[in-house]
Design a protein around this ligand. Structure first.
Ligand code: DAH
Length: 337
């Protein structure tokens, strides 16, 4: 039995010297315990008087081996730590990873700027649906079927009375139906028209404004536009109103701003006129007020609508609307705020 123990000791110690991980050392320990059990099974064949002495030898052997395992465990642990350090080593001389950050799209930037400007004058934002009924987009805005003004906008119809809104003006009706005056809302959103060239896109963005209260006049509109022009462009930007026609306003005006590029002297951008058309506006037509249950003898209002792309193009000197929809990051990067 002593021989068997010696052989077992030699075998286990040799294998132990090879272990490099806590796991293999643990497995070796299990193997040792199993084999020791086999050796110990031989004890029952020993003469009775030899058993106590041999028991002591076995215990000493066990202790010795246990200590060997413990000592190896310390070594193996250190080896594992070293390996971990090596694999996790950070080379601080390596160049860092460059992360490119996103930026707001110029249309979003301008939309937010417009909201800021008008929020400063007390306007609240209302967002209407992009899929509208014929009623909200046209009829309630004093543009019944067969009205020639329907030809001003080429409409995408989804069904007989359902369409992609052609103008955020539809939101005016939704607001006035729900809210009674005083009303002061701003309605940004996407609109759709079958129209496509360097300055028109089948999908574009508008910003609508509506103010309804007692005693609102065209002067209020003009004053608000002057403030808008200064805040959105420069302090010296002037506003000019020209008579125009929209079915939902009476009188209607087309609003020009003095050219931001030449300051009014005349250049290519303003085609030599010194003025640039930026939006449509007017006093809310009494029929529109009546359609929404607002008494036109008690209340008056003004409305305006502008293309956000157009404002962005003027502000940033962009000459083709398509660049706003191509998502070329080389173009978009220039507008980081
Ligand atoms: N909805 C008009 C358009 O898309 C713009 C417009 C003109 C809006 C006059 C208005 C307004 O609110 O009063 O061409």
């Amino acid at each position: 039995m002593q021989q068997k123990m010696d052989a077992l000791k030699a075998e286990i110690l040799a294998q132990m010297a090879e272990t490099k991980t806590g796991r293999s050392l643990y497995e070796l320990k299990l193997k040792f315990q199993a084999e020791l059990k086999v050796v110990m099974a031989g004890m029952k064949d020993l003469p009775k008087e030899e058993k106590p002495a041999f028991g002591k030898i076995v215990n000493a052997f066990k202790t010795e081996m246990e200590e060997a395992f413990e000592a190896r465990a310390v070594v193996v642990k250190e080896m594992e730590m070293q390996q971990k350090y090596a694999s996790e080593r950070v080379d601080i001389s390596m160049p860092g990873k460059v992360r490119t950050t996103g930026a707001l799209h110029p249309i979003t930037l301008v939309k937010n700027q417009l909201i800021d400007v008008f929020a400063g004058m007390g306007f609240k934002v209302f967002e209407g649906p992009e899929v509208e009924t014929d009623y909200y987009n046209f009829t309630a805005l004093n543009t019944p079927k067969d009205h020639p003004a329907r030809d001003m906008q080429d409409t995408f119809y989804l069904a007989e009375n359902l369409l992609l809104r052609t103008q955020t003006s539809a939101g005016q009706i939704r607001v006035m139906e729900k809210q009674s005056p005083p009303i002061k809302i701003l309605s940004p959103g996407r609109v759709f028209r079958s129209d496509d060239d360097a300055t028109h896109s089948p999908m574009f963005h508008q910003m609508e404004g509506l103010v309804v209260d007692k005693g609102i006049t065209l002067c209020d509109l003009q004053g608000m536009l002057a403030e808008f022009a200064k805040k959105m462009f420069t302090d010296s930007t002037k506003v000019r109103l020209r008579p125009s026609y929209f079915p939902f306003t009476e009188p209607s005006v087309e609003v020009d701003l003095s050219c931001s590029q030449c300051g009014g002297a005349g250049c290519r951008l303003c085609k030599g006129t010194g003025w640039i058309e930026v939006l449509g506006a007017g006093m809310v037509n009494r029929h529109v007020l009546e359609n929404c249950g607002v008494d036109p003898d008690e209340y008056t209002g003004f409305a305006f609508g502008m293309g956000i792309e157009r404002i962005a193009m003027l502000k940033y000197g962009i000459n083709n609307i398509k660049t706003l929809f191509e998502n070329d990051t080389r173009f978009l990067k220039q507008f980081e705020d």
